[in-house]
Design a protein around this ligand. Sequence first.
Ligand code: ROI
Length: 162
Amino acid sequence: MSNTTVYIGLGSNLANPVEQLNTALQSIDKITSTKLVKVSSFYGSKPLGPQDQPDFVNAVCQIQTGLSAFELLEKLQKIEIEQGRIKKRHWGERLIDLDILLFADEVIHSEHLTIPHSQITFRDFVLIPLAEIAPGLVIPEFGNIQNLINTLDESYLIALSH
Ligand code: ROI
């Protein structure tokens, strides 16, 4: 089994977001050929997008997997659907959102999958938890994570307990 280090971003702002993230983490650990290695703190974050929605809870986890990026995407989408992926509107509230941020140092630009995740560079709720569990990370196409954090305008993240 090849073992690839992968980072996944988690976000929720409905129906007890902390519980939604914990449930998703348990499901991720159960994916075939996959092991949950690290989980960042959970962070409360102001919504990016329409402001008339609840604050989000965001986190990042690191896994080791023998799956390909596309196989993993399928498994994550299945977890989102099983957990109840309700997407009410564009950039609106959601029960659980799971994004592959990085897949080793692979660069993928396909119709259904962009890795590194296209929004990675300017989202505090991705960069800060990611740096917490992977300090010094170099992101393909974007460079050192600390430099990216230094270019963020401002950040309103609040670390929560799990
Ligand atoms: N805003 C925050 N703070 N966290 C998210 O995970 C998140 N996800 C989204 C949109 C609606 C764009 N805004 C978000 O998909």
